[in-house]
Design a protein. Structure first.
Length: 362
């Protein structure tokens, strides 16, 4: 699903015609609270989504605390959005009222650069417009999915297949595509050994997807506390990185390692686990810098890489893949008044494996 040429003209700025209930951080590091935020008028190519569920991503916590730079407040987080189309603009062709849809980490891009034209809107030369904590092309701030409704261009909306329940599908719009994209790019599949570092909101989807793709999957976790879960989700092997012998025993084992952790990684140690021509791909985004001895990549012609989300077409492909293989996120459904408690539990690694907000409680 690439962005159509007809959508290259920015929407005319419109005065919001309504305010919707939401949960927002009024300032950096301040608990989220119930409020209202404006939503723009439904334009010709827009859909109005009645949000049913919104996942809580660690990225939300980073951003409401200015962990990745100065934010825009009040900030309504949420880029794992699942809902139902409530209204469509006059020129919308992809969706009708009642369709089950999702919105991920972006709601716009320039639409004309090389990457947008190639279906990689996440790499837009001018920068994609984030679903929240960003400024849209109309000059107004974007507000995310911790709210009851969202207006978004149909080109940045994806269809949630009937085989996926909306609550378990919501985290796929970030956590799912964040793991699916590098697994596809680095060709995980039969005959490949894939390791997932960290069994959390991202990592558990990485295990499920790599297994469904036919790879031999290993989980690398600090302890063996989640071993039973890892094996149930599709891992053949599970190792505790806190064991002083693990890195020595597994040296030269993996074709691909996906690091999902948000703390700085000992890159040299993990690069040592790769085969010749193997790749260590970071999808977790620590706030602190990390160091690297270049001999760790020179020896063995190894690749140290990063990956973010995928484009709109790849996100749709991921959802279809998950529906085909019965892959939903493992969730804990919460009411909106438990958001701040959920944030604390995410930081304590006390969730298996994704909090999802029932937005009817906002």
């Amino acid at each position: 699903m690439s962005v159509t040429a007809a959508a290259t003209t920015p929407a005319t700025p419109a005065t919001p015609i309504t305010r919707v209930a939401a949960y927002a951080a009024p300032a950096p590091g301040v608990p989220l609270e119930r409020t209202t935020v404006p939503r723009r008028r439904v334009g010709p190519h827009d859909v109005l989504i009645d949000i049913k569920y919104a996942g809580i991503c660690h990225s939300d916590i980073h951003q409401v605390r200015d962990g990745w730079g100065e934010g825009i407040y009040p900030m309504v987080p949420g880029h794992e959005i699942a809902g139902v189309v409530a209204e469509v603009g006059a020129d919308v062709t992809r969706f009708t009222v009642g369709d089950r849809v999702g919105v991920g980490c972006m709601v716009d891009s320039c639409r004309v650069c090389e990457h947008c034209r190639n279906g990689q809107e996440q790499h837009c030369v001018q920068g994609m417009t984030g679903t929240y904590n960003a400024v849209g092309r109309d000059g107004e701030p974007t507000y995310g999915g911790y709210s009851t409704h969202l207006v978004v261009d149909e080109n940045y909306t994806v269809r949630i297949p009937e085989g996926l329940a909306l609550d378990v599908a919501a985290p796929l719009l970030c956590a799912g595509i964040t793991l699916y994209s590098p697994l596809r790019h680095w060709k995980a599949g039969p005959g490949k050994k894939v390791a997932v570092v960290g069994l959390g909101g991202l990592g558990h989807m990485g295990v499920k997807m790599a297994h469904a793709l036919g790879a031999e999957v290993t989980v690398l976790s600090q302890t063996l506390r989640k071993e039973a879960d890892g094996r149930r989700l599709g891992a053949t092997h599970f190792h505790a990185t806190g064991d002083g012998t693990t890195f020595e025993k597994l040296a030269g084992t993996f074709d691909l390692i996906l690091s999902t952790v948000s703390a700085p990684l000992a890159l040299d140690a993990y690069l040592g686990l790769l085969k010749v021509d193997g790749a260590l791909v970071n999808v977790g985004a620590p706030e602190e810098p990390v160091s690297l001895n270049l001999f760790s990549v020179i020896g063995g012609r190894k690749t140290l890489a990063g990956s973010m989300i995928g484009g709109i077409a790849e996100t749709q492909e991921m959802l279809d893949f998950c529906a085909e293989h019965g892959l939903g996120s493992e969730i804990e459904l919460i009411d909106a008044d438990h958001i701040n408690e959920a944030y604390a539990r995410v930081l304590a690694s006390d969730v298996r494996y994704r909090f999802v907000i029932d937005t009817s409680t906002i």
